[in-house]
Design a protein around this ligand. Sequence first.
Ligand code: IPE
Ligand code: IPE
Ligand code: MG
Length: 248
Amino acid sequence: MPTSPISIPADKLPRHVAIIMDGNGRWALSRGLPRLAGHKAGTENLRRVIRSTVEFGVKYLTIYAFSTENWGRPMEEVRGLMSILEDVIDRELDELNKEGVQLRHIGRLERLAPKLQEKVLDAIELTKNNDRLVLNVAFNYGGRDEIVHAIQKMIKDGIAAEDVTDDLVSRYLYTAGVPDPDLIIRTSGELRVSNFLIWQAAYSEWYVTPTYWPDFDKEEYRRALEAFARRDRRFGKVSSSELEASNA
Ligand code: IPE
Ligand code: IPE
Ligand code: MG
């Protein structure tokens, strides 16, 4: 069995990892810094995590960067988060492109400033043929919004009620064509979904750590992948080892 650089058998490695990058604000607060300093540190960490993802051989990474509810934060923080996205594209796009990362966006672009929308679309266009890692950036993303959007589109397309299937719904979501996340990581210890990939997470494995996002390093990432490799995913059925034992 071929192994990845982290000695997890390839068939035990998640194909798709999704991350709720939480705890930037508390990270900053614990250092007596403004919340935006936490977001900047979080962005630096994201860079490292993307590189580790490529190195580990995971093929899809989805990151939750701004939720549909995050508009409710103080205006200054919202503005800061927007300008961080812009900076990241300006500073990192060439490097990500060279590394073979394909950028995608999930969520609604419409509410962002036109210049920022254009930057996101250009980045998607530039990297569309890369295939080392698909990086889905969830920005102005909400799981409920995604489902509402899918239903609206199905109705507009004149889909008949009896043609609505699991598979069809998946194809109408922002994540169309992307496999469901195998592993969802949430930093900073909160035990909730916060409107992230609520359809796609039906059978995802969860890994929650108290570590704040800016401190979530490669070692801990590796531990999360190792924990995943030990999970027995049953998908509502009986585990294969148990079946074998009962048939013996
Ligand atoms: C996550 O960190 C980043 C975003 C939601 C944009 P938070 O800003 O939620 O940090 P905490 O949860 O307040 O510590
Ligand atoms: C989820 O974190 C959203 C992102 C990480 C972008 P929040 O900090 O917004 O979630 P709640 O408020 O703790 O549920
Ligand atoms: Mg938070």
